[in-house]
Design a protein around this ligand. Structure first.
Ligand code: SF4
Length: 285
């Protein structure tokens, strides 16, 4: 009998065969990709707290993401293209799930937990699922069952939020677990990752609501470190990845090295390849 536990092998068996790709599936796939791309590039909406954002967050970055999103570092063109390609993989994996004979329902169904809304990818065989395309490194984390404790983007918090919000619904028959259908974006492998839902998500939702509802901006908590002996000071790792780092450090300078950017709060290096501004434009080469 087909269930979430047979999904991976059912899809692999399907892909060994011919003749399953119907016009209906092809049209649905096209509509789905068009919808997500339209959403990515055309939707203009007021930022709000979402159940998809319940992962670990800097309070100050969270506050700014809602009140002043225009101050965030712009998303680079290559990242936009990567997001688009991720949408394609996820829509394709949903289509494969259906073609392999699994029951898919409630796609993009709206849910709500303590006043915070979200939209689920869908219910597969009675289970809450979220489709994620991922790098090879991330895929290995799913396969090795290592996401719990190393989940910087909060994918498991997302599953907690969705599953908890829908627990009373009869269409959700598996109420204590959520699933990530991981798709390896280079190799096309699929892995079903099972997560036991945690009860702490309501506290996280309430804590994040308090932060964004407060008119006071949270304090900067990011550390800086000295570099070399010439008095240069650079951002630590957390701040380097923060989209709001230019808000916290308005005098920041970004220098590109062979291994990536380094952000200088004070001083400047002699050995960088070039300097770029917040938008990625070259200041000098
Ligand atoms: S630079 Fe640090 S304190 Fe400032 S918003 Fe980013 S993560 Fe938060």
């Amino acid at each position: 009998m087909k269930s979430i536990y047979t999904l991976q092998t059912d899809i692999e068996e399907l892909l060994k065969t011919k003749g399953w790709m119907s016009n209906g599936l092809a049209e649905e796939l096209g509509r789905s990709i068009a919808g997500t791309l339209n959403n990515q590039f055309n939707a203009l909406r007021q930022p709000s707290l979402r159940l998809s954002q319940m992962g670990p967050k800097c309070p100050k970055a969270l506050w700014y993401s809602i009140h002043h999103p225009e101050l965030a570092e712009p998303v680079q063109p290559w990242a936009q293209a990567k997001f688009s390609f991720g949408h394609f993989w996820e829509a394709y994996a949903i289509m494969l799930t259906k073609a392999a004979g699994h029951e898919v329902s409630h796609e993009q169904h709206e849910c709500e937990l303590n006043g915070v809304k979200g939209h689920i990818d869908g219910i597969v065989d009675g289970c809450l699922v979220d489709y994620k395309s991922c790098s090879s490194r991330q895929f290995q984390k799913y396969k090795a069952n290592q996401l719990e404790g190393d989940d910087p983007f909060g994918y498991l918090d997302q599953l907690d939020g969705y599953t908890t919000s829908l627990r009373k619904e009869s269409f959700l028959t598996v109420k204590d677990k959520g699933y990530i259908i991981a798709v390896h974006r280079d190799m096309g492998h699929i892995h079903v990752y099972e997560h036991r839902v945690r009860d702490t998500i309501r506290e996280r939702v309430e804590a994040y609501k308090r932060i964004v509802d407060n008119s006071n901006i949270p304090e900067c908590t990011c550390a800086t470190t000295s570099q070399g002996s010439g008095g240069n000071i650079i951002l630590g790792t957390t701040a380097s990845y923060s989209a709001q780092k230019w808000t916290c450090f308005p005098e920041l300078k970004c220098f590109l090295y062979k291994n990536g950017p380094v952000y200088f709060v004070k001083g400047r290096p002699r050995d960088a390849l070039r300097e770029v501004d917040k938008d990625g434009n070259t200041v000098y080469a």
